[in-house]
Design a binder for this molecule. Structure first.
Ligand code: 89Y
Length: 344
C-alpha cells in the first residue's frame, strides 16, 4: 500500500479493544476516530489507544472526520442501519460478522453498497487463523487427495457470555455468532455447500437462543461435513476458542486437535507438527488464536479497499456463508434438509 488510510471505528465494546490493537500492527492503518452511543466506552477506547476523535453519533462522525474506511464492531442487530448510513457517505465499509441478523437485511446492505459503488467487506477472521491457513495449504498440496468427509467442531464450557453478555439476548445465538465462522471454514476448505441439515438445543439457563447446534453439510464437491458447536459442553481438553478439525481424503487425513497439534497421515507415514500462533502482547491470553488472526484479516481487507487485491471476505461472497446460517435455522425449525439452491 502506498499511503496511510484513516479508519473510523464504530462500536467500542470488548472486541474493539483487540481490533484497534490489530489495526495498529499495520503501518498504513491509522485509527483516527471512534464512535459508540455509550460515551464512557468511547472515551475509554479513545484514551487507551490515543485516538484523536471520539463521537457518540455515527452521522456526526462521518460528517466531521475525513475517513478512508469505517470498521463496524457493534452488535449485529445494529449493523444494517450503520452500514446503510455509511454507504450514504460513500465511505468503504468493513463490518463484523454476522453481517446482519436477517438475510433480507444483509441482502439490502450488499445491494445498496453495490449500487453506490461503496466497497463492502465482512470481518470474517477464522479463515485467517494460523492452523486454518496451514490446513488449506495442505489440502491444496494434494497430500491427502480428494477430501470426502470432515468434522469441524467447537465444543466448550468456557463462559463466553461473561465477556460477550449481549449474546445472551439474541434469539438466534450460537449459529449466528459462532456457526457463521465454522460454516465459512467449510466454504474455505471445501467450496460451496449444496445442502444442510441442522438441529439446535438450548442447554444453559437464562439465555434466549440456542447454545448448542449440530449440522451436516454436503458440498458440491461431495464432502460430507459435520459441524458441531456448543457453549455448554464439558470436554477433556477445553481450549476455547480453538476450533478442531478432522478431514478424511482419498489419499490421507488431517487432524487438528487441542493446542494446535496437526497430524497428517498418508501413504508416506504420519507427520506431526504444532502450528505456531503469532504472539501479540495485546492479545487476550484466552483468545490468542482468534486475536492474532485479526492482523492478517485486516491486512487483507485494507489491501482490497486500497484496490491492491481482492478479498474472499467481500460482502457478496460472505453472503453465501450467511445463507448457510439461515438455512441451518430453517432446517432446525422445519426438520428438513435444506437445498441451498431453493433457499433465499
Ligand atoms: O463470538 C465468538 C467469535 O467470534 O469467536 C469466538 C467467540 O468469541 C465465542 O465463541
Amino acid at each position: 500500500m502506498d499511503r496511510e488510510y484513516n479508519i473510523g471505528i464504530i462500536g467500542c465494546g470488548f472486541w474493539a479493544n483487540y481490533q484497534v490493537a490489530a489495526w495498529q500492527e499495520i503501518p498504513e492503518a491509522r485509527i483516527v476516530s471512534v464512535c459508540d452511543r455509550d460515551p464512557q466506552k468511547t472515551k475509554s477506547l479513545a484514551e487507551k489507544f490515543n485516538i484523536p476523535h471520539s463521537y457518540t453519533n455515527v452521522p456526526e462522525m462521518l460528517k466531521n472526520v475525513k475517513l478512508d474506511c469505517v470498521d463496524i464492531i457493534s452488535s449485529p442487530e445494529t449493523h444494517p442501519e450503520i452500514v446503510l448510513s455509511v454507504a450514504d457517505f460513500g465511505i468503504p465499509v468493513i463490518c463484523q460478522k454476522p453481517m446482519a441478523m436477517e438475510l433480507s437485511e444483509a441482502k439490502k446492505m450488499a445491494e445498496k453498497c453495490h449500487s453506490l459503488h461503496v466497497p463492502f467487506y465482512i470481518h470474517e477472521n477464522f479463515r485467517w487463523q494460523a492452523p486454518m491457513v496451514k490446513i488449506k495449504r495442505l489440502l491444496e498440496s494434494g497430500e491427502v487427495g480428494q477430501p470426502f468427509k470432515a468434522r469441524i467442531f467447537f465444543n466448550t464450557r468456557f463462559p463466553v457470555l461473561n465477556n460477550q453478555p449481549s449474546l445472551g439476548q439474541l434469539t438466534k445465538m450460537i449459529i449466528a455468532d459462532l456457526g457463521v465462522h465454522l460454516f465459512d471454514l467449510v466454504r474455505f476448505f471445501f467450496g460451496e455447500v449444496k445442502s444442510i441439515y441442522c438441529h439446535t438445543q438450548q442447554i444453559s439457563k437464562g439465555i434466549k437462543g440456542e447454545d448448542v447446534a449440530t449440522a451436516l453439510l454436503e458440498t458440491f464437491g461431495g464432502v460430507q461435513c459435520m459441524v458441531e458447536m456448543s457453549w455448554a459442553s464439558y470436554v477433556e481438553f477445553d481450549r476455547f476458542p480453538q476450533t478442531l478439525v478432522s478431514i478424511q481424503g482419498t489419499e490421507g487425513s488431517i487432524d487438528l486437535s487441542a493446542d494446535f497439534r496437526l497430524v497428517v497421515v498418508n501413504g508416506g507415514g504420519v507427520k506431526e507438527v504444532t502450528v505456531e500462533i503469532p504472539s501479540y502482547s495485546w492479545a487476550h491470553p484466552d483468545y490468542a488464536v482468534v486475536h492474532s488472526s485479526l492482523v492478517p484479516c485486516n491486512q487483507d481487507l485494507l489491501g482490497a479497499i486500497a484496490g491492491k487485491s481482492d478479498s474472499a471476505n467481500r460482502a457478496d461472497l460472505n453472503l453465501r456463508t450467511l445463507r448457510l446460517v439461515h438455512a441451518a435455522y430453517h432446517s432446525a425449525s422445519t426438520g428438513n434438509v435444506i437445498q441451498l439452491r431453493d433457499f433465499d
